[in-house]
Design a protein around this ligand. Structure first.
Ligand code: FES
Length: 148
């Protein structure tokens, strides 16, 4: 049983985002002062096509309870089909997470346009809520047992 109170559990979320639509949407959210959960680590990528399964899995090793990838809408990637490649890697990484028992639902991909500050904020709220329901990453429990 987790020592963390479910009601106060604030998940750590790692967000991989492209520097085009996703970053602009995050910037728009900031400019419009749209609030979203603050316990996020933002990592910029030139395009979600640069998403590497290893980056996604290492984010969990480094303490993330949930990870998401945010990119341009399908058909609007600045690198043509990079977001489709990114989505394929996210799907593969979700399967790996299921296979190793961490749970593929801890990883999500979202698509936003640059002006969609609200949509970006909603994506962060969505992944945060999902992870709050799932609880802390099982990897954290394993790591803290090793330290005991
Ligand atoms: Fe945004 Fe490719 S440049 S997903």
């Amino acid at each position: 049983m987790s020592s963390i109170n479910e009601n106060t559990f604030e998940p750590e979320i790692t967000v991989f985002m492209c520097i085009y639509c996703a970053y602009m949407a995050a910037d728009t959210a900031g400019a419009l002062r749209i609030k979203y959960p603050g316990n996020v680590k933002l990592i910029k990528l030139p395009c979600t096509g640069k998403t590497d399964r290893r980056y996604l899995l290492e984010a969990f090793e480094q303490g993330a309870d949930g990870v998401c990838v945010v990119g341009c809408p399908i058909g609007n990637c600045h690198h043509v089909r990079g977001n489709e490649r990114g989505l394929a890697r996210v799907k593969h990484a979700k399967k790996i997470l299921d296979d190793i028992g961490l749970g593929g639902e801890r990883l999500q991909m979202y698509f936003v346009s640059g002006g969609m500050g609200n949509t970006f904020a909603n994506a962060i709220r969505d992944i945060t809520k999902r992870i709050q329901e799932l609880g802390p990453s099982p990897l954290k429990a394993t790591q803290s047992k090793k330290q005991e």
